[in-house]
Write a protein that binds this ligand. Sequence first.
Ligand SMILES: Cc1ncc(COP(=O)(O)O)c(C=O)c1O
Length: 374
Amino acid sequence: MNLDKIKPFLVMEILEKAQEMQRTGKNVIHLEVGEPDFDTPKCIVNSTIEALREGKTKYTHSLGLIELKKAIVEYYYQEYQVEILPEQVIVTSGTSPALFLLFTMLLEKDDEVILPDPYYPCYPNFINLMKATPVYYKLKEREGYTYDIDSIRRLINKKSKALIINSPSNPTGMVNNNILKDLADLDIHIVSDEIYHGLTYGIKAKSILEYKKDAFVLNGFSKKYAMTGWRLGYLIVPQKYVRSLQTLSQSLFISANEFVQYGGISALKLAQEDVNKMVEIYNRRRIYLVNSLRKLGFIISKEPNGAFYVLADSRNFNIDSFKFAYEILDNTHVAVTPGVDFSETSNNFIRFSYANSIENIQEAIERLRHYFRI
Ligand SMILES: Cc1ncc(COP(=O)(O)O)c(C=O)c1O
């Protein structure tokens, strides 16, 4: 095992310190965690309770309930007009196990995996765990964190096994639709993490499957349906990989929760109105937060249009994001995530999550304004 290469998830360390402060009576505002503040929609909760009452508490097929897999197929058709088969879908206990399964199957020692920088911190951790090597393509703040096909193409060589894309992105909050067609033409496996699909503002995120039938898709219910604690996700893969993934999954996980999978079916079939309401609220917070951070002196060249994050350049304050995040937490009791969590070259950035009420976000901005004496 390559455990010395696995880095701590700094956002969790900040969260744990913030929680400790709360235990000593401090009023901490959480703008660090990537977790919806909304309750899971009632229609999902109700169907799951019904499933529990009906005794849906067993192991399921290792690849997931056929009803859920069919609902996912239907969902991808409705959303993106792409035709996939239920046999291509593998249900997992969250997107994280899906990522782990996929990389365990796909990667061998010394393979290279190309991924965006800044990145979701678990990607390089999983890659390193498999003794493969992460290779980064830099997304630039002043260019709105857009992907550049030429710099990606230059990184591809014989060792390159896969390319990860994440749109809308954690941590940038950006949707990158325009690049998908070009990426689909590259001679490399594409792994598209679509977990923030559905949380977009004034734009709809496109799926890689609209351009590349044999791409690998990761998705889950945590973000769009406010279901982080339910632990439900899935993979869509070319059929020839299913058997290997199934064999692995049987040993590693047996199956996802049965009653939770019923909740997933209701999410896909019944919860769109609830999601629309959440998106409307996220959008108001997003606009307020971006405007306020700009007034405080943070640099945000292009408004983020997806997920619930703003990755702001904080060079006007401090270029050591780790120290700066702790300074903010200690002095204002506002918890934020240091950019260095998302790459060493993002050390002059702070990620703000707007998965918190507008009142709390306003109070956080007031505290920052007061602390910075603006
Ligand atoms: C980009 C991205 N992918 C995957 C995950 C994992 O999600 P989960 O395991 O809750 O489905 C997260 C969670 O923050 C994320 O931000």
